[in-house]
Design a protein around this ligand. Structure first.
Ligand SMILES: *[C@@H]1O[C@H](CO)[C@@H](O)[C@H](O)[C@H]1NC(C)=O
Length: 136
């Protein structure tokens, strides 16, 4: 996640708090405050760790499909910077995180191919980092 996006989330929490008069203590301790992402939108690393191409990779690389020609090849570079992203989410005080798994990263040859241990390790390391920070 880019810092400006995290700042925007933080600002949104503050605005909601100001507008409603609610703050965190108004919620039960079991209430989960969360963030959510989509793998294509944040991961980048589109040709790394034995990942294969997915529909979005192919689609965005076809001239004319995306007006300004941008792609998710790098995106927010979460593939390389997930530790920083987990730290930023932790600093916001969120305790849940919904993310999606890039199937082309864990099953690069589809469901009848081999499991890509590099892709599995990426998500395993991410989950370990989240657990270390108390996110579920
Ligand atoms: C990554 O892909 C290369 C080329 O197909 C293969 O030789 C290598 O074993 C793969 N690595 C893993 C960890 O799957």
């Amino acid at each position: 996640m880019e810092l400006k996006k995290v700042f925007a989330f933080g600002l949104l929490f503050e605005l909601i708090s100001l507008a409603t008069g609610l703050d965190r203590s108004d919620f039960p301790s079991s209430f989960l405050f969360g963030t959510a992402t989509s793998c294509y939108q944040i991961e980048g690393g589109y040709l790394e760790g034995n990942k294969s191409l997915n529909n979005w990779d192919v689609f965005t690389h076809m001239p004319g499909n995306i007006k300004d020609g941008s792609t998710g090849d790098v995106a927010d570079d979460h593939y390389h910077r997930y530790m920083e992203d987990v730290e930023l989410m932790h600093s916001l005080g969120v305790n849940s995180y919904r993310f999606s798994i890039s199937w082309s990263r864990v099953l690069p040859r589809g469901r009848f191919g081999e499991i890509n241990s590099i892709g599995v390790k990426f998500y395993n390391d991410l989950i370990d980092a989240l657990l270390l920070k108390g996110s579920i």
